[in-house]
Design a protein around this ligand. Structure first.
Ligand SMILES: Nc1ncnc2c1ncn2[C@@H]1O[C@H](COP(=O)(O)OP(=O)(O)O)[C@@H](O)[C@H]1O
Ligand SMILES: [Mg+2]
Length: 390
């Protein structure tokens, strides 16, 4: 399944909530990898030498990597290095332990802790003149237009309206809501400088009963003016120079009326690498490793097609049969037989098109169609997806 002959040397270990996107990119670059993640999806197994599923401590808390990761990672080695995806932001101490076993290719545990500390981040952004929303530990007098978030939370499932919050947890904080479009950037950094891989529009799941702010998806058609992109790029450059970010990283913004606000920094490879990886000959995993070692690409690839993806969450318990057949535009395919509890991610749907404005409608069409398939699949042995042309 590797696009290139395998490179020499011991394999890499990929860890996180889901390492599928990284594993696929690594395979494109000819890297031999083992995966330790929360899903152990069927397609991840195509791109990795082995896939091990992490035991979840708390069912729904898919943005918290369990402490068992350290012992399991030790037992799977030896590895040339370890690359981590989302999931460790709430537990930098686990990253620290892992770094004692295998060399980390990515930001250090202390850097992750620094950019995830709401007070520290506010002070940093203030000093760098980067607009950001007010954050506080005490309840605002008028909680409307405020959100409650968990420190180091990922995937958006931890974000809720401040009005709905009773007692604030020790690891939670309030942040003022900013109106506008959610725009994110994916970039490579070498500790001093940045190379922006792409800007994309992001959206939330939007299900009022079930994780409204959970990650919904993203599309590489963003509609930003060159001046806005230049201003955001300059902010990213200042951030990288100030904190020394390395490898693939992401930044979330909210954009409205010609101004941007920085919401958060994701100090590790983001799932949105899906939107750009095919444009990079050796894949972005390769460039993540290069950037961690101090090397940025001399030239950025010409952007290819417009790409979009969406996470499909289970509206009801989803029963995935053994031997389910999925369309080739679905990734993160649960290995059947398996039941996906309500509210948990089932899979990711992808669409791409030559022109701006065409990828999203195709994604919507595929989403509606797949939802119908999942609803009717019930006890049948297959998700009958191969018969319809979409
Ligand atoms: N202060 C804010 N104002 C407006 N929307 C926000 C704000 N904070 C978060 N959001 C929305 O919630 C989503 C998830 O929040 P984020 O801080 O990015 O958490 P996570 O690390 O889980 O992705 C964002 O992509 C954005 O759509
Ligand atoms: Mg985010």
């Amino acid at each position: 399944m590797h696009a290139r002959p395998l490179r020499d040397g011991p394999p890499y270990l990929l860890v996180g909530n889901s390492a599928r996107a990284l594993a696929r990119s690594a395979a494109r670059g000819g890297y031999d990898v083992h995966v330790l993640d929360g899903f152990a999806d069927a397609d991840t197994a195509l791109w990795a030498r082995s896939v091990t599923r992490l035991p979840w401590g708390h069912g729904q808390e898919i943005d918290r990597v369990p402490p068992e990761v350290v012992e399991i990672a030790r037992s799977l080695g030896p590895f040339q290095g370890l690359v981590y995806a989302a999931g460790f932001e709430s537990a930098p101490y686990l990253l620290n332990s892992l770094s004692q076993i295998w060399p980390l290719s990515g930001n250090s545990a202390s850097l992750v802790a620094r950019v995830k500390d709401p007070e520290g981040l506010s002070a940093l952004l203030q000093a760098l003149h980067i607009p950001h929303p007010e954050s506080r530990r005490t309840r605002p007098a008028d909680a409307r237009h405020w959100l409650c978030k968990r420190i180091g939370g990922a995937g958006g499932g931890h974000v809720r309206a401040a009005e709905a919050v009773g007692t604030l947890g020790d690891d939670e904080y309030f942040q003022r809501h900013v109106d506008g479009r959610s725009i994110s950037a994916l970039f490579l950094a070498n500790g001093r400088r940045a190379a922006v891989v792409g800007f994309h529009e992001q959206w939330v799941n939007g299900d009022a009963d079930n994780g409204f702010y959970a990650y919904g998806g993203a599309c590489s058609a963003h509609g930003l003016s060159p001046a806005m992109r230049a201003a955001m790029r300059a902010a990213i450059e200042r951030l990288v120079a100030a904190v020394g970010l390395r490898g693939l990283n992401g930044v979330d913004f909210v954009v409205e009326q010609g101004a941007f606000t920085l919401i958060e920094i994701n100090p590790r490879p983001c799932i949105t690498l899906d939107l750009y990886d095919p444009d990079w000959d050796e894949g972005l995993f390769h460039w993540h490793l290069q950037a961690c070692a101090g090397r940025l690409p001399g030239r950025l690839p010409v952007p290819g097609r417009v790409r979009a993806h969406r996470v499909l969450y289970a509206a009801h318990k989803a029963v995935i049969p053994a031997g389910a057949i999925w369309p080739d535009w679905v990734t993160d395919r649960p290995a059947g037989p398996q039941e996906v509890p309500r509210g948990m991610p089932v899979c990711t749907i992808h669409a791409e098109a030559a022109r701006t404005g065409e990828a999203r409608p195709l994604l919507d069409h595929r989403t509606a169609w797949l939802k119908r398939c999942l609803e009717v699949s019930g006890t049948s042995p297959y998700i009958h997806v191969e018969h319809e042309v979409v």
